[in-house]
Design a protein around this ligand. Structure first.
Ligand SMILES: Cc1cc2nc3c(=O)[nH]c(=O)nc-3n(C[C@H](O)[C@H](O)[C@H](O)COP(=O)(O)OP(=O)(O)OC[C@H]3O[C@@H](n4cnc5c(N)ncnc54)[C@H](O)[C@@H]3O)c2cc1C
Length: 431
């Protein structure tokens, strides 16, 4: 029995009510074929949104190398003496079962090439698939940009961080440096881990020097000046030093972190997050750092009927909530073009909505972003008060599991995952 539930009931109901097989007075004899490639937030949100908006004007096939969708999180739990355990599993679901419940085909495979002119893709298995619309949500490739540092990818590396905390407790080490890599990265976990480490040392009354090193002059300034000021204040309150305008290079044999353009920061342990780059796919043009350029509707530049969303696109901020917003626009555009009764999408300003955890209280942060990923002028960027609820855009439902709270992921994905998690928890099916 797989964890695909009545959670889909709402979406499936909307899907059944979307039976409008006419475009411009002509009856469409067969639904348009949509191929979604990827098994992350962008792909799942596209699938759910398409089923809600396009109904049976489209037939959907999903291709992903993983059968399980798993939410990526930093460490959600406050530090305690215990190792992280299976009692706090990240929200996840079985993609094949979900696709099948939604009337979509699921195929476990990997994309190798796109032949845009023929509207065809080639997969790792050498199979080819034809499409009318192709939606790519391939994510980004993670690289280590600071040789010698511990790379914290997500909850998979929680055990390594806990080892460092235990070393601090035993006073075997004192100086822990958290480094934001140069280039493109999701830096929030660096700040969360630094705060968590500082609080852990405080709680155990052991000495610790915790430092965040970042190429940016201000902490988390990608969310705007207000947010940067708030984060700087929180770091200072918890005794975390911030070294801005410093580009981490590598870890020396004496454990110090060397910096590009000279200098080093003394350390006993250095933790970083991966630097992200685009993936090379034959037939797809990669631009800045290999990321794929798209327009405001998610259409891949220079290709017809090919869309891309999420971490793979040439947008400097990589975040699940943004991936879901892009996926919603794409699903609406495809639904409209396929003949469903939905208006053409009207791209709005992007909203990044997240939570900084690790401090005494989680801090809700929200920024409006322009097309280049800069905090938009005008009403935003906006800092939400400490402990603020997720009211507003893409609000998270009440009673979310700790892994979903603060992850205002997507209009469809967030409530869907919440239902799957509740359903699975009841039946102990989340792994
Ligand atoms: C530690 C950490 C914590 C984070 N916390 C948050 C958070 O709290 N909130 C938030 O919104 N974001 C968070 N993020 C960022 C978020 O995880 C990403 O922005 C989001 O996962 C991007 O979604 P995506 O679908 O574009 O890519 P991914 O989730 O990376 O999914 C890509 C999918 O494509 C598949 N794929 C790759 N190559 C191919 C191929 N050639 N063919 C077929 N399939 C392929 C992969 O297997 C995968 O299923 C966090 C990131 C990290 C590292």
């Amino acid at each position: 029995m797989r964890d695909c539930p009545r959670a889909l009931f709402g979406v499936a109901q909307m899907w059944r009510s979307q039976r409008w097989p006419k475009v411009d007075g002509m009856t469409i004899s067969s639904p348009r074929r949509v191929l979604i490639v990827g098994g992350g937030v962008a792909a799942l949100e596209t699938l759910l949104a398409l089923r809600a908006l396009a109904g049976d004007t489209v037939s959907v096939t999903m291709v992903a190398p993983n059968e399980r969708f798993c939410l990526r999180t930093a460490l959600c739990r406050e530090p305690s003496a215990e190792e992280p355990s299976a009692e706090d599993p990240p929200a996840s679901c079985d993609l094949r079962a979900c696709a099948e419940q939604l009337g979509a085909d699921f195929r476990r495979d990997t994309l190798h090439a796109v032949a845009g002119h023929q509207h065809r893709v080639r997969l790792a298995s050498f199979a080819t698939l034809d499409y009318d619309f192709l939606v790519l949500g391939l994510g980004a490739r993670a690289h280590s940009a600071v040789p010698g540092a511990l790379v914290f990818r997500d909850q998979r590396d929680a055990g390594h961080v806990w080892r460092i905390l235990h070393e601090l407790e035993r006073e075997e080490i004192r100086r822990v440096v958290f480094a934001v890599p140069s280039g493109c990265a999701w830096p929030l976990p660096v700040f969360e881990l630094a705060l968590m480490t500082a609080r852990h040392a405080e709680r155990h009354a052991v000495p610790a020097d915790t430092t965040v090193v970042s190429p940016s002059p201000e902490p988390l300034d990608l969310l705007g000046h207000e947010a940067a000021r708030e984060v700087r204040h929180v770091l200072a309150t918890h005794g975390v030093r911030f070294e801005g305008s410093s580009v981490p290079a590598a870890v020396r044999r004496d454990h110090a972190l060397t910096l590009h353009f000279g200098g080093a920061i003394a350390a006993d342990r250095v933790v970083t997050v991966p630097q992200l780059r685009g993936q090379r796919i034959t037939g797809l043009h990669g631009a800045w750092w290999g990321f794929v350029p798209v327009d405001r509707l998610g259409r891949v530049e220079g290709m017809d009927d090919v869309y891309a969303a999420g971490d793979m696109i040439a947008f400097p901020i990589k975040h699940g909530g943004l991936a879901a917003q892009q996926a919603d626009l794409i699903a609406q555009a495809i639904a409209h073009r396929a003949g469903a009764r939905v208006p053409e999408p009207n791209p709005q300003v992007r909203v990044l909505h997240t939570q900084l955890r690790g401090a005494e209280h989680p801090i809700a942060l929200r920024a409006l972003l322009d097309d280049h990923g800069n905090p938009a002028t005008g009403p935003g960027p906006e800092r939400m008060p400490r402990g603020a609820s997720q009211a507003g855009f893409q609000s998270a439902p009440e009673g979310l599991s700790p892994h979903l709270a603060g992850n205002a992921l997507g209009r469809f994905t967030t409530p869907f995952l919440q239902k799957v998690v509740s359903y699975s928890a009841e039946r102990c099916l989340v792994q």
